[in-house]
Design a protein around this ligand. Structure first.
Ligand SMILES: Cc1cc2nc3c(=O)[nH]c(=O)nc-3n(C[C@H](O)[C@H](O)[C@H](O)COP(=O)(O)O)c2cc1C
Length: 208
């Protein structure tokens, strides 16, 4: 089975990051007509934050888990199953306060699972996600944080996503940025149009 996992995280109907992610997914579907798409919007679905039950269940061996612990892990298990089944992962990730929306972090907390997506070893943490999966991150942001500018270090989104996804074994990651997308802040509406056009041509150039 060929499968794609699409995780959007903007609550906005006019979301630029979700629109770019959807355009990529359409392209992928054309190339993979029989493929399966798993799709969530972490913000609209209000993904749960980890509570004490879930954390206890994480660190209880599977064979010893109580019914309540299994139930606390059911949604996390579903999220991990979908991730493991997917060949391609697409994230629609607005920049919020220099990083990702809290609801996308909630998804990360559900899928970074000891024994399922990573293991503790004598040498440290080892990834358990099989190699080869590709990840595409479509990030809309109000500003721009290009390398070589003083703003580059303010971007805590790309370094964080690369690091945490790398922990579980997702290392083939491409970022597409739609810059200057804060309609209410920009004194230059042309910058938003240009930022979107650049993102669309980067998307068109991506191999599916
Ligand atoms: C709560 C919030 C925080 C934001 N923080 C930043 C920020 O730190 N840096 C930035 O460049 N843009 C920031 N923005 C602007 C958004 O990244 C921009 O509007 C983007 O288009 C939102 O993505 P979306 O269109 O997919 O919803 C913020 C927007 C919101 C709503």
């Amino acid at each position: 089975m060929t499968a794609l996992l699409q995780i959007d995280s903007s609550p906005r109907a006019a979301s630029v990051s979700s629109r770019l992610a959807a355009a990529f997914v359409e392209k992928w579907k054309q190339q993979n007509p029989g493929g399966t798409v798993f799709h969530h919007n972490t913000s609209l679905e209000r993904l749960p934050y980890l509570d004490e039950n879930a954390i206890d269940a994480f660190f209880t061996p599977a064979a010893e888990r109580t019914a309540a612990q299994k139930s606390a892990l059911a949604f996390s298990d579903q999220m991990v199953d979908e991730l493991l089944a997917a060949d391609v992962v697409v994230l629609g990730a607005p920049m919020w306060n220099l990083s990702i929306p809290a609801s996308l972090k909630a998804w990360i907390d559900l899928i970074v699972r000891e024994g399922r997506t990573f293991a503790f070893t004598a040498q440290g943490v080892a990834p358990l996600v099989p190699p080869g999966k590709r990840v595409y991150v479509f990030s809309a942001r109000g500003g721009a944080y290009p390398a070589g500018t003083p703003f580059h270090d303010f971007d805590h989104q790309e370094p964080y996503l690369r690091r945490i996804l790398g922990v579980i074994g997702l290392t083939r990651i491409e970022f597409v940025y739609a810059e200057h997308q804060a309609e209410h802040q920009s004194g230059d509406p042309g910058a938003a149009v240009q930022g979107l056009a650049r993102a669309e041509s980067a998307l068109a150039a991506l191999a599916v």
